[in-house]
Design a protein around this ligand. Structure first.
Ligand SMILES: C[S@@+](CC[C@H](N)C(=O)[O-])C[C@H]1O[C@@H](n2cnc3c(N)ncnc32)[C@H](O)[C@@H]1O
Length: 261
C-alpha cells in the first residue's frame, strides 16, 4: 500500500488539472489519436485515474491500463470509469514491471509520480520503453520552488527542509525530488527522444484554502522529520500558514514533459 489517500488526490485534482500545460495536453492527445481509435495508454501510479480525466473526453476512445500498488485507488478508478471506458487495472509495484507491460502501447504516462522515483528506476523504465517504441508524458513533477505572496520569515528554511525530505526513498531508492524533470529530460535525450518541457505550477488562492492547509501541514511534518529546522519554529510556521490559508496566494512549481521519437 502506498499511503496516498483518495481524499488527498481528489482535493488536489482541480489544481492539478488547471496546472497542466494546455498546449502539451493537446500535443499528447493528437499524438495518441494519430494512430488508431483504440490506442493503449499505460498510466503508471494512476491512482483513481486523474490523467484519464485530464485527457477526457478524448481518453474515452482509448484503452487504458492503470498501474498502481494501491488496490483501493485502482478499485475507485474502476468504480468511477469502468462502465464508460476500457480500463484494465494492474496492481503492481512499479519497480517490478517488465517491458511486456508497455508492449503495444502508444503512450506511457504518469502524473505527480516522477519526483518520487530514483534515477535508477527511470533509467530502467526508459530502457524498457525504448524497446517498445512508446512515447512518454510525465505531468506535474515538483521542482522545489514554493513561495507565498505574504512572506513569513521561516518560508525558505521550511521549503529547503521539505525539498531535502523529497529526496528520501519513496519506495524506489533515493528519490529525484526537485531534480526529476531535468533528469528525465537528460536520460530520454540520451536515448534519442525529442523532449519538450513546460511549466505546470499550482497557483493556489483563497479558493484553494483546504488544499493549502493540507499542503502546509504535510510540508511542516516532512520538514520536522528532517531535523533541519527546530520543532518550535516549524509549529509557529504551520500555525501562521494555516491561519493565512484563506488569504494567501501560493505558487508551487511543477513541470510537464512529453517525449517522443
Ligand atoms: C501522488 S500520487 C498521484 C496519483 C495520480 N497519478 C494523480 O495524479 O492523481 C502517486 C501515485 O503513485 C502510486 N505509487 C507510489 N509508489 C508506487 C509504487 N512503488 N508502485 C506502484 N504505484 C505507486 C500511489 O499509490 C499513487 O497512486
Amino acid at each position: 500500500m502506498s499511503g496516498f489517500d483518495k481524499l488527498w488526490l481528489d482535493l488536489r485534482e482541480a489544481a492539478d488539472h488547471a496546472a497542466r500545460d494546455r498546449d502539451m495536453r493537446k500535443d499528447v492527445i493528437d499524438h495518441v489519436a494519430a494512430v488508431r481509435a483504440d490506442a493503449l495508454v499505460v498510466d503508471l501510479g494512476a491512482g483513481t485515474g486523474s490523467t484519464f480525466r485530464a485527457l477526457s473526453p478524448e481518453a474515452l476512445n482509448w484503452r487504458w491500463r492503470f498501474v498502481d500498488n494501491d488496490p483501493l485507488l485502482l478499485a475507485e478508478g474502476q468504480v468511477r470509469h469502468g462502465a464508460s471506458a476500457r480500463i484494465e487495472c494492474v496492481e503492481a509495484h512499479l519497480g517490478d514491471l517488465s517491458a511486456d507491460m508497455f508492449s503495444g502501447a502508444r503512450l506511457v504516462t504518469g502524473s505527480a509520480l516522477f519526483d518520487l522515483v530514483s534515477e535508477k528506476f527511470l533509467a530502467r523504465l526508459i530502457a524498457q520503453i525504448v524497446q517498445t517504441d512508446v512515447s512518454l508524458y510525465a505531468a506535474l513533477s515538483y521542482d522545489g520552488v514554493c513561495r507565498w505572496d505574504d512572506h513569513h520569515p521561516m518560508d525558505e528554511a521550511i521549503v529547503a527542509a521539505f525539498n531535502n525530505h523529497q529526496r528520501r526513498d519513496k519506495g524506489f531508492g533515493a528519490a529525484l525530488g526537485p531534480t526529476a524533470a531535468p533528469t528525465l529530460r537528460r536520460l530520454l535525450e540520451d536515448h534519442g527522444f525529442h523532449v519538450s518541457m513546460a511549466p505546470s505550477p499550482w497557483q493556489l488562492g483563497p479558493i484553494h484554502a483546504e488544499l493549502q492547509r493540507q499542503f502546509v501541514s504535510g510540508m511542516a511534518t516532512a520538514a520536522m522529520e528532517t531535523g533541519l529546522v527546530g520543532e518550535e519554529d516549524v509549529n509557529d510556521w504551520r500555525l501562521a500558514r494555516l491561519e493565512r490559508a484563506e488569504s494567501s496566494d501560493c505558487f508551487v512549481g511543477h513541470w510537464d514533459l512529453f517525449a517522443a521519437r
